[in-house]
Design a protein around this ligand. Structure first.
Ligand code: HEM
Length: 122
C-alpha cells in the first residue's frame, strides 16, 4: 500500500515537472509580448505619412514612431495646433510646442505609452 502510494506520488511529481518544462518551451514568452514587439518594429516616413488625420494619427519624434490617435482628443491645446503634425516628423514641434517651450516630463511619460516602433531614416 505504502509502496503504491510512493510510486504514485513520484509519478505525479515528475508529471508536474514535465508539464512545467513543456509550458516553458511551448508557451509564448511574456517578455516578447505586444510592447516588446512594437518597440522593435521599424517604420519609414512614407508609412508614417499615411496616418495623417485625426482618426488615424502617427508622428515620428526623436527617431521613434507613436500612434497618437487615442490621445488627440485629450491633448490640452487647440486641436489646430497638434493636428497638422499627424503623419509627420514632429520632433521639433514636440520639443517646442511650436512656441519655444518644451513639454513637461509628464508629457514625455505619456508619449512613451503610445510608442509603436522606430523610424527608419532614408
Ligand atoms: C508634436 C506636436 C505637438 C504640439 C505642437 C503640441 C503643443 C502643445 C501646446 C501648444 C500645449 C498647450 C500649451 C502649453 O502647455 O504650453 C501642449 C500641452 C501639452 N501637451 Fe502637447 N503638443 C504636441 C504633441 C504632444 C504629444 C505627442 C503629447 C503626449 C502624448 C503631448 C502632451 C501634452 C501635455 C501633457 C500637455 C500639458 C502641458 C505639459 O505637460 O507640458 N503633446 N502641447
Amino acid at each position: 500500500m505504502m509502496r503504491t502510494l510512493f510510486i504514485l506520488s513520484t509519478a505525479v511529481f515528475w508529471l508536474a515537472v514535465g508539464a512545467f518544462w513543456a509550458a516553458n518551451v511551448w508557451l509564448p514568452d511574456k517578455a516578447a509580448g505586444p510592447d516588446a514587439v512594437a518597440a522593435d518594429k521599424m517604420w519609414t516616413l512614407v508609412e508614417v505619412a499615411r496616418h495623417n488625420q485625426a482618426a488615424d494619427c502617427w508622428m515620428a519624434i526623436d527617431g521613434a514612431v507613436y500612434d497618437l490617435t487615442a490621445y488627440l482628443p485629450q491633448h490640452p491645446s487647440n486641436p489646430a495646433i497638434i493636428l497638422p503634425w499627424c503623419g509627420k516628423e514632429a520632433t521639433e514641434a514636440y520639443h517646442t510646442k511650436t512656441k519655444g517651450r518644451p513639454h513637461s516630463s509628464h508629457a514625455d511619460q505619456l508619449l512613451s505609452t503610445f510608442h509603436i516602433g522606430r523610424l527608419i531614416r532614408p
